[in-house]
Ligand binder design. Structure first.
Ligand code: ATP
Ligand code: MG
Length: 327
């Protein structure tokens, strides 16, 4: 059975970009493929989190995945550090990756600029660990946002190199895109990110969201309500594309162009339509938080299944490259 694999970093609260760019596809793909979804806490170490924050964020991201519709009966939901084979394969693939390939990665440049006081080697080799995440499950479908395109290309090249050197072992992982592969943040400029402060959180209430939307960038040429706006250049209108039905979107566009509808009213409608998605997710998340034993159980079962799958791959890998197996 074809496998799908993807991970989310426990670097902060999930946002609507994570939901629209990745999570909606997790829910879709789990119907069809053998699915592995992972909270990638080893990746998050590149941001040097406090231990207690990391522990809390791991649980919160897992809760977010479940609340968004990841079904532990269908998919294997687990935490990366519960499967030590990720780090093991990560090292093996590190020895197959040219420095020049890593040097081209724009995420490394972005993250280095974002945390100039902590430009660690893990930030640089991040895409290799990500390649290991995918390869351990011999995954063929990887649902991620557009920001991960470059990493996926590197993963394909690295795994082809492994196959060339050691014999055919790994399938080619294909990217699976959602309808919103790149959600721009409240600033109207950068990709929405957990670590950039430009996000609308998936668990936020409608009031909290409206508070943020008030300050969100719109059409820069529209200074007052009486100015006619251009929906095509407005990031809020782009967000309507993800949450608002086509007919209502037409009305909003017409109202904006004719200056009948102001930005605040446009944002109120957007907030209400977002709430229709976020509200039920927030409620399911609250119920999961109330039952920590259930989450422990899901993650323990997921970890055991993931370890078994990962170990099966590693037995082949160790044999092919000539390092010693355990036992
Ligand atoms: P960080 O800022 O810590 O890197 P992040 O918000 O970028 O956090 P990740 O954990 O790095 O989140 O990515 C999880 C998944 O969400 C990936 O598949 C990524 O491509 C996707 N994703 C992240 N941000 C967006 C976005 N703005 N639009 C669409 N998809 C996104
Ligand atoms: Mg990211």
């Amino acid at each position: 059975m074809v496998r799908t694999m993807s991970g989310i970093q426990p670097t902060g609260a999930l946002h609507i970009g994570n939901y629209l760019g990745a999570l909606v596809n997790f829910v879709e793909l789990q119907q069809q493929y053998e699915s592995f979804f992972c909270v990638v806490d080893l990746h998050a170490l590149t941001q040097r989190p406090k231990a207690e924050d990391l522990r809390r964020n791991v649980r919160e991201v897992a809760i977010g995945m479940l609340a968004s519709g990841v079904d532990p009966e269908r998919a294997t939901l687990f935490v990366q550090s519960d499967v030590p084979q990720h780090a093991e394969l990560g090292w093996i693939l590190t020895c197959l990756t040219p420095l020049g390939d890593l040097n081209r990665m724009t995420q490394f440049k972005d993250k280095s600029a974002q945390q100039p006081e902590n430009v660690n080697a893990g930030l640089f080799t991040y895409p290799i660990l990500q390649t290991a995440d995918i390869a351990l499950y011999r995954a063929e479908r990887v649902p991620v946002g557009e920001d991960q395109d470059q990493h996926l290309e590197l993963a394909r090249e690295t795994l082809r190199r492994f196959n060339f050197v050691y014999g055919d072992t790994f399938p080619d992982p294909q990217t699976v895109r959602s309808k919103a592969p790149r959600v721009i943040g409240l600033d109207g400029e950068a990709k929405m990110s957990k670590s950039k402060g430009n996000e609308v959180g998936l668990f936020e209430t409608a009031d909290e969201t409206m508070q943020k939307l008030r300050g969100a960038k719109t059409d820069p040429a529209r200074l007052r309500k009486s100015d006619k706006g251009t929906p095509e250049v407005c990031n809020m209108f782009a967000w309507h594309g993800f949450f608002t039905p086509a007919a209502q979107r037409e009305e909003i566009a017409a109202g904006c162009r004719s200056a009948q509808l102001g930005c605040v009213d446009c944002k109120r409608t957007l907030c209400a339509n977002m709430e229709a998605i976020k509200g039920p997710i927030r409620e399911r998340a609250a119920a999961l938080r109330d039952n920590p034993a259930r989450l422990d159980e899901i993650l323990a079962a997921g970890g055991a299944k993931a370890r078994a799958a990962a170990e099966a791959t590693m037995a082949i890998v160790r044999d092919r490259i000539g390092v010693r197996a355990r036992g």
